[in-house]
Design a protein around this ligand. Structure first.
Ligand SMILES: Nc1ncnc2c1ncn2[C@@H]1O[C@H](COP(=O)(O)OP(=O)(O)OP(=O)(O)O)[C@@H](O)[C@H]1O
Ligand SMILES: [Mg+2]
Length: 228
């Protein structure tokens, strides 16, 4: 019999998230159950304010659910403690944030190399060259992030997330600020990495057709999740 557990890299069970409000509590997610298989591309797609970023941050261990459990490689986040969770994130996850979160006081190259400094691990120099070439940001490496357009910052944030070839890439609207040509380049890069490095992608998007080759499309409506 095929052992399906080996395929699952991340899963969540009965996740709920409620934000405290002035008068009313906002329930953003209700009893969410999801599984993500190794080396697959997964889209989280629905309209603005539906809870996509909330779900992504909870899956990545950057935010806590009000209820429920998340397991990475079969280990529950709750059993890890903050420093172990940070180590797991640093070594295995790459993040592309909706607001990029580049570090302003260091240049573009140092921003991209951050995950290598954080992990204390060497990066693949040839791969770095390929990334910056592909992203069209080679000429910007010595610039400050302040001097970049929104789309350029987004491409730098993508290169940073990819540098250490993480096991899972969490991407929040990774092409939200890009034109058609750059969107095509990014989706090709995602496709290449998921095939060559068995990377799992969990991508929040407004564009349902962002990537054809995806395993599941997750929609959130009124806190309820459905999977296609
Ligand atoms: N820290 C917070 N405190 C209170 N409410 C919050 C907080 N973060 C998000 N919310 C609310 O939760 C809901 C979902 O927010 P979220 O950012 O997850 O949506 P989204 O689907 O990512 O939206 P968008 O497509 O615009 O990025 C929104 O109504 C938002 O106002
Ligand atoms: Mg969002």
């Amino acid at each position: 019999m095929k052992d399906n557990r080996k395929k699952i890299i991340l899963q969540c069970q009965n996740i709920s998230k409620t934000y405290p409000g002035n008068n009313l509590k906002t329930e953003v997610l209700r009893q969410v159950n999801l599984q993500f298989n190794r080396g697959t591309i997964n889209l989280i797609y629905w309209k603005s304010g539906s809870g996509k970023s909330t779900l992504l941050n909870i899956l990545a261990g950057l935010d806590e659910p009000s209820q429920g459990d998340i397991c990475y490689e079969g280990i529950n986040y709750r059993s890890m403690g903050d420093s172990k969770k940070a180590k797991v994130r640093g070594e295995n996850f790459g993040f592309i944030f909706q607001a990029y979160h580049l570090i302003p006081r260091i240049n573009v190259k140092e921003n991209i190399l951050c995950p290598s400094y954080v992990n204390g691990k060497q990066y693949d120099h040839e791969y770095f060259e390929m990334l910056v070439e592909m992203m069209g940001i080679k000429k910007l490496l010595n610039n400050s992030p302040f001097a970049l357009s929104g789309g350029e910052q987004q491409r730098v944030a993508i290169a940073r997330a990819m540098l250490m070839k993480p096991k899972i890439v969490f991407a929040d609207e990774p092409t939200g600020n890009l034109d058609t040509e750059n969107t095509r380049i990014i989706t090709e890069l995602f496709d290449k990495l998921h095939k060559e490095c068995n990377t799992t992608f969990i991508i929040v998007t407004h564009e349902e057709n962002l990537i054809e080759n995806c395993e599941q499309i997750i929609r959130i409506k009124d806190g309820e999740v459905s999977v296609v």
